[in-house]
Design a protein around this ligand. Structure first.
Ligand SMILES: *[C@@H]1O[C@H](CO)[C@@H](O)[C@H](O)[C@H]1NC(C)=O
Ligand SMILES: *[C@@H]1O[C@H](CO)[C@@H](O)[C@H](O)[C@H]1NC(C)=O
Ligand SMILES: *[C@@H]1O[C@H](CO)[C@@H](O)[C@H](O)[C@H]1NC(C)=O
Ligand SMILES: *[C@@H]1O[C@H](CO)[C@@H](O)[C@H](O)[C@H]1NC(C)=O
Ligand SMILES: *[C@@H]1O[C@H](CO)[C@@H](O)[C@H](O)[C@H]1NC(C)=O
Ligand SMILES: *[C@@H]1O[C@H](CO)[C@@H](O)[C@H](O)[C@H]1NC(C)=O
Ligand SMILES: *[C@@H]1O[C@H](CO)[C@@H](O)[C@H](O)[C@H]1NC(C)=O
Ligand SMILES: *[C@@H]1O[C@H](CO)[C@@H](O)[C@H](O)[C@H]1NC(C)=O
Length: 767
């Protein structure tokens, strides 16, 4: 008996050790170099010496590697170098809106089963709140470091996606912050600052990556695939549309990496474009970080695009262009031959590995055990905290956009409603709320669950799936539910089977029979109807806009793990909606008339081409960029703005009429003025308002019809007023791109708009 007990105790202890060693001991060890605690010899390497500068340490490391070893460090899955105490490393982790399971670097496990899943960027951008962009980034960096410390994530995250949304049919709309270069720049730089937590010593908490560089927003449209797409882009559109947000990301966000895209721009694959990589990113914008290819894009430019004759030439053209890291194996396989045949010099490989190692140095990867360093105390307890979950819900609240609200139907008073019908294919979805590049969320609160916290509900799907083919339409249950209830809340829209990476849309109408479902249910409904659209890209919902039975319309993007709770907060008025559309919602004829592959931003009246985005589109949108209602009203009054700004053009424009001059230092550097506006909440509910400042330059150089140059979100109690001061930098904010992609300052009458306020300011040449 005793013997058996003893034996089973021994066995128990043994299995406990096995259990610990398999799931805990291994799992708990982060990957790092220079483990001088367990091997004193490593301390003799200068690259492990934390008292030296990053530059000295990286140079020492690079010097110790053979050419073959260096070549294994220009791809994303690098092997160990045991003789130097360097472990293998996976560069590819993702954190688009929370730590993601996409990529080789990150793994959820029983130790870290989940991470906070914030709304998709398209909804977060709608908050127009730069503090929020940064707060989300910071919360995610904490969860990322916590996962790294227990061996569950890398330190290099290939996020954010921040391409400008030129066409709402793009499948990756959900990943983007919208269509405006200024907003995207603010989003990307804010999010990157939050993630990276860059300090004065150039150290990073985690490394971010702005992608996909550049002029990329076609994935798979009517057979045109991103892998072969050649974007024909004018110099002017490049300068004022596709490049500005990347510039902000590098110069204001100090991002540690940029990813080049699959597509070609004007015949050159972006990852092989020396001007775009070495010229612009490295030399002009001073990128302090590494340039990485999109996954297998070097392979793609050889095998799919046939851009070079041999694989060595493909390796050479990308490395020589300035590429530092290949997501894939192509460069590992073909670089040696490229060097041996004289196509690439070894100094270029040194340059690439130097950039890569420098980022790892700045992350503390070569500083020994990270659990004894600055972020060493972070662990599973810091993931899915109530503060992070609340921030995810808050982000969704701040982004949700109120598009229609007849007779101030919303917010609803829960007390006056006995029963609410909640109807639609998206009414009780979980995973659909977290979009793509997702991780495993801490928990979900679906729309039905969020609404049921406030009132009694009766639920009917109406359509068995989001694609809603005729055979999936179940009108009877839906109409019966609507006929019994005091109000009806319809939740329709899209998910990734409608719009996602590699899946562009061909139509802007609601999928399948959804519009029939909405109209029929609205008609059968006893009470008023609230229509909720879950989607990234907009829809032509003219039929609902004009339907009197539909009192209110809300757009909720893909609102993240607790999106349903945020919807409840908005509908029942504990939060007053303040989001504004980050993209234009076009009529369906846009998708019928315009090829998605046409990259031109500017309208062409001679062919009826209407142009793209609010900056150029000449047609009438369903809802415009920046649109969004509140439960209260705001009044703007102009406090201060100059009528005239002298531009010291000197003799250049003195005796002749200049329409514009170069926006160079001598004419406008340091020149700025203030636009001061008073915003008052003139209603009875507290609320936040995003104050957007646009300007319209004179009609020269085919300039944008209007352009956002600043915004600020303010919170106001009933009747409270606050002053908002915008500083307008003449060179930076008011210059426009000319036809050759140069920066010009238009002279003459500029119009500035804030809501319904308009102010003319004349830029006048002077001595
Ligand atoms: C310690 O590091 C040195 C240098 O990398 C290496 O040669 C040696 O094998 C290591 N010793 C152990 C016990 O791992
Ligand atoms: C790279 O080399 C490995 C090993 O030789 C091979 O299995 C793989 O197919 C190669 N990949 C490419 C893209 O050339
Ligand atoms: C709604 O979805 C949740 C989460 O998947 C599920 O637990 C619940 O049963 C669903 N409710 C209804 C009424 O189908
Ligand atoms: C989209 O929703 C449908 C049901 O409406 C579901 O079958 C499908 O799995 C969802 N797609 C994705 C990618 O989540
Ligand atoms: C609305 O319902 C009524 C009967 O309830 C029906 O007569 C009418 O045709 C319906 N209208 C629409 C547009 O479906
Ligand atoms: C599409 O073309 C038709 C016919 O020319 C025109 O009426 C409509 O306004 C166009 N739509 C857009 C969005 O340009
Ligand atoms: C404006 O810039 C262009 C291109 O840099 C230059 O050729 C031209 O001389 C400049 N003009 C003036 C008036 O400074
Ligand atoms: C902006 O977001 C931050 C972070 O969530 C929040 O504290 C702040 O109240 C928001 N600002 C406004 C005006 O809503």
């Amino acid at each position: 008996m005793t013997a058996r007990l003893l034996l089973s105790l021994v066995f128990f202890k043994f299995s406990l050790i096995c259990f610990l060693s398999s799931s805990y001991v291994y799992a708990e060890i982060p990957v790092f170099a220079c483990d001088t605690d367990s091997n004193k010899t490593l301390a003799s390497f200068n690259f492990c010496d934390t008292t030296l500068s990053f530059t000295e340490r990286v140079a020492d490391l690079v010097k110790r590697l053979t050419l073959e070893e260096k070549i294994t460090h220009i791809i994303d899955q690098t092997p160990a170098v045991p003789r130097l105490g360097i472990p293998s490393y996976n560069w590819w982790s993702e954190a688009l809106h929370g730590v993601s399971s996409v990529g080789h670097g990150t793994k959820f496990s029983p130790l870290v089963p989940s991470a906070t899943s914030f709304p998709m960027p398209i909804l977060t951008a709608a908050s127009f709140n730069t503090t929020l962009f940064e707060s989300i980034g910071e919360a995610i960096s904490t969860e990322a470091r916590a996962m790294y410390n227990v061996g569950k994530a890398g330190l290099t995250f290939w996020s954010p996606t921040m391409n400008l949304l030129r066409d709402p049919r793009w499948g990756r709309t959900l990943e983007t912050p919208g269509e405006d270069p200024y907003l995207i720049g603010k989003y990307a730089s804010g999010y990157v600052r939050g993630l990276q937590q860059l300090d004065d010593e150039d150290r990073l908490k985690v490394a971010a990556c702005c992608k996909h560089y550049t002029a990329y927003d076609v994935d798979n449209w009517k057979g045109v695939e991103r892998y072969k797409f050649n974007a024909i882009v004018t110099k002017q559109d490049m300068e004022d549309t596709f490049q500005p947000a990347f510039k902000s990301c590098v110069t204001e966000g100090n991002v540690a990496s940029v990813m080049c895209s699959y597509n070609q721009v004007n015949g050159t694959p972006t990852c092989a474009d020396k001007n775009l990589l070495s010229g612009v990113l490295r030399d002009q914008w001073k990128l302090n970080g590494y340039i990485v290819s999109d996954c297998d894009s070097v392979d793609v430019l050889f095998n799919a695009q046939r851009y070079t004759k041999s694989p060595e030439e493909a390796a050479a053209v990308t490395i020589n262009a300035g590429l530092d890291l290949d997501c894939g194996v192509f460069l590992a396989n073909h670089t040696l031959k490229a060097i041996q045949t004289g196509l690439v010099k070894e100094v270029e490989i040194d340059r690439a590995v130097t950039q890569n190692f420098n980022v790892l140095m700045r992350l503390g990867f070569f500083d020994g055990d990270p659990r004894k360093q600055r972020y060493g105390s972070l662990g599973p307890k810091d993931i899915c905290t109530s503060a992070h979950e609340e921030l995810a819900r808050e982000a969704a609240r701040q982004g949700i956009v109120l598009l229609k609200n007849e007779n101030k139907f919303l917010p609803l008073s829960a007390k006056s409603i006995k029963l609410a019908a909640v109807i639609g294919p998206q009414a009780n979805v979980t995973h659909d709320m977290i979009g793509n590049y997702e991780g495993i969320p801490c928990s979900y609160i679906t729309p039905l669950q969020g609404l049921s916290e406030h009132v009694n509900t009766i639920y009917a799907k109406g359509c068995a799936s989001v694609l809603c083919p005729p055979e999936n339409l179940h009108l009877d249950d839906a109409k019966n539910a609507a006929a019994q209830a005091d109000i009806t809340i319809l939740i329709v829209g899209a998910n990734r089977s409608v719009e996602e990476e590699s899946r562009d849309r061909v139509s802007l109408l609601l999928p399948g029979q959804q519009a029939t479902l909405v109209s029929e249910v609205a008609n059968a409904s006893k009470g008023p109807v609230v229509l909720v659209i879950m989607s990234a890209g907009g829809f032509d919902i003219s039929f609902a806009k004009s339907n009197d039975k539909i009192s209110s319309i809300l757009w909720i993007g893909y609102p993240g793990q607790h999106g349903g709770a945020a919807l409840g907060d908005v509908i029942f008025g504990s939060y007053n909606p303040s989001g504004r559309l980050p993209i234009t919602w076009y009529p369906e004829s846009f998708s019928e008339n315009i090829s998605m592959t046409d990259m031109r931003m500017r309208p062409d009246p001679s062919t009826g081409y209407p142009g793209r985005t609010y900056r150029f589109y000449t047609g009438t949108p369903i809802y415009p960029f920046g649109y969004g209602l509140s439960y209260t009203t705001f009044k703007y009054s102009l406090l201060k703005a100059p009528g005239l700004v002298n531009i010291p053009t000197g003799t250049a424009c003195l005796f002749k009429h200049c329409q514009s001059i170069n926006a160079t230092s001598s004419y406008c550097n340091g020149l700025s003025f203030q636009v001061r506006v008073r915003v008052q909440n003139t209603g009875t509910r507290p609320g936040a308002d995003s104050v957007l400042l646009y300007f319209t330059p004179p009609h020269v150089h085919n300039a944008p019809r209007k352009q956002l140059i600043s915004f600020e979100k303010v919170y106001l109690e009933p009747w409270e007023a606050k002053n908002v001061v915008f500083k307008v930098d003449v060179c930076k904010d008011l210059s426009i791109a000319d036809e050759e992609g140069g920066r010009k300052l238009a002279l003459g009458i500029h119009s500035f708009q804030i809501g319904n306020l308009q102010k003319y300011i004349v830029l006048k040449p002077s001595l």
